[in-house]
Design a protein around this ligand. Structure first.
Ligand code: 4AD
Ligand code: MG
Length: 461
């Protein structure tokens, strides 16, 4: 007989012999009968195992405690109690591994998120992280489905790179040089020509530049992979290693880009509502009573679209007190973004046409000489969830901007070739996958939507 997952068992008709395997969530009962809630991760729900104590060795039953792992053979029967349709009348129980109640960290319920982060390797065994990780999987799947159905191609961009796509200088170096005694040039600078790649390399902050090579050949592509940023931002919205989805489309102007971003994010939220309701309901009940309501409202409202300049004017006229000052030219902080979304408009906002000085070199320059055709999608509770732009397709303008910013053009010649030969208008954006998950799960801290968070001073497991 084959083992059945709990998700399947709960749908089966009673009156058959079954095998279930999983971890014990709770055990309760009296001297005649024990009730074990068994979970195997396939669903937030447990299967109830009923053990008549007379049928089993006392020693075996004693060893069954919260956290231990079991194989149970028994009859699937209609449940006597409320809360579940079926349960298993146990006939045979095998313990795979015990979990000493004195030392098992998840012995009790109701641990704080902070405590669970310290045992990130065991967190997935909790109901909360099980729910988050199943939703994370569903969202990753939905991303591929959305783009595949639209005829986009999944392009694998490199993780090791010689170029700083965002120009923010927050990159992790990759080297095989002896860091204690690296080879030196005559001027004492490090001689990277002796390094593995014969040049200075880092972990990528974005797959966009390579994505543009894909889009200007295949038409519409997306990347979806890990990106790395060594910015020392200890906030509930920043990770040093996070996943980003970056579609890039030839022949798209900024309006097309905004339309796609809005459709994409609504699709993902709707997918979660359609496919993850058990987990969403749990998170809604446990953490955030407005979660499901908020998700529904996003799928049914049109996002507000306005320019950065209009947004800044609203903020300046608001009379609201902000920690960081607002003025034209300021890089908006999450408090400003959330004011626009939560207080002023009450729905998601897409801001466009940012001052060129606070945006990356590749954004398409507007006629006014001051702004670029960038767009940020701002969400309730999160602030910026998507950043993107139409790209500068003019070789001349792009080169001027690179010079203005005193970037080294030598490392970018390969990128400029896409403008040199058969350049086209094109656009793209990046969705922070964990920011999306913050929104969809209602979790308050980004460390709680990724299995093994990487943040400043934290990479143990
Ligand atoms: O706005 P960003 O920096 O844009 C880019 O990297 C572009 N190359 C994207 C593109 O046009 N293809 O980052 C995009 C998104 C942000 O909106 C945010 O959601 C997320 O990535 N993000 C982070 N998420 C978690 N931790 C961090 N440190 C993040 N930095 C950015
Ligand atoms: Mg951004």
């Amino acid at each position: 007989m084959k083992r059945m997952k709990v998700s399947q068992l709960l749908k089966e008709t009673p009156g058959q012999e079954v095998i279930a395997k999983g971890w014990v969530r709770t055990k309760r009962g009296n001297k005649n009968v024990n009730f074990i809630a068994l979970n195997d991760g396939s669903t937030i729900k447990n299967i109830q195992i009923v053990c008549e104590t007379a049928r089993f060795e006392e020693e075996l039953l004693k060893q069954i405690t919260t956290g231990c792992s079991l194989c149970v053979r028994g009859d699937l029967v209609e449940s006597q109690g409320s809360g579940q349709a079926v349960e298993i009348q146990a006939k045979e129980i095998q313990i795979y591994g015990t979990a000493d109640p004195e030392t098992y960290p998840l012995q009790k319920k109701g641990h704080s998120m902070e405590f669970l982060r310290e045992i990130a390797h065991l967190r997935p065994r909790t109901n909360t992280f099980g729910a988050v990780l199943r939703i994370r999987h569903a969202m990753a799947f939905a991303i591929h489905k959305f783009f595949n159905d639209k005829g986009f191609f999944y392009l694998h961009t490199p993780l090791i790179t010689a170029s700083d796509a965002e120009g923010a200088g927050a990159m992790f170096q990759v080297t095989t040089l002896n860091v204690e005694n690296p080879p030196r040039n005559e001027d004492n600078s490090i001689n990277y020509s002796e390094d593995f790649f014969g040049r200075h390399t880092s972990l990528t902050v974005s797959g966009q530049l390579e994505g543009e090579m894909g889009a200007t050949a295949l038409g519409e592509i997306y990347t979806f992979g890990p990106t790395f940023r060594a910015e020392n931002s200890n906030t509930p919205r920043h990770l040093a290693e996070f996943w980003m989805v970056e579609p890039e489309m030839a022949f798209y102007e900024i309006e097309d880009n905004m339309d796609l971003a809005e459709e994409f994010i609504k699709y993902l939220v709707q997918y979660a509502l359609d496919n993850c309701m058990d987990d969403l309901q749990f998170l809604n009940d446990m953490f955030d009573k407005e979660l499901i309501e908020r998700l529904r409202s996003v799928t049914s409202t049109e996002f507000v679209r306005l320019t950065y300049t209009e947004g800044v004017n609203i903020l300046m006229e608001s009379g609201a007190k902000f920690e960081y000052p607002v003025f034209w030219g300021a890089d908006l902080q999450s408090e400003h973004e959330r004011y626009l979304v939560e207080k002023h408009f009450g729905r998601p906002v897409i801001l466009t046409d940012y001052p060129k000085d606070i945006k990356a070199f590749y954004m398409k320059q507007n006629e006014d000489g001051k702004t670029v055709r960038g767009m940020d999608v701002l969400f309730p509770k999160i602030g910026e969830i998507i950043g993107g732009s139409q790209r500068e397709e003019s070789m001349e303008k792009l080169q001027n901007r690179i010079n203005e910013l005193q970037m080294d053009p030598r490392g970018l010649e390969w990128y400029l070739d896409s403008r040199r030969f058969g350049t086209v208008p094109h656009s793209g954006f990046g969705l922070g996958f964990e920011r999306l998950l913050l929104f969809v799960t209602g979790m308050a801290n980004i460390r709680d939507v990724i299995p093994f968070p990487r943040t400043p001073k934290n990479a143990e497991f």
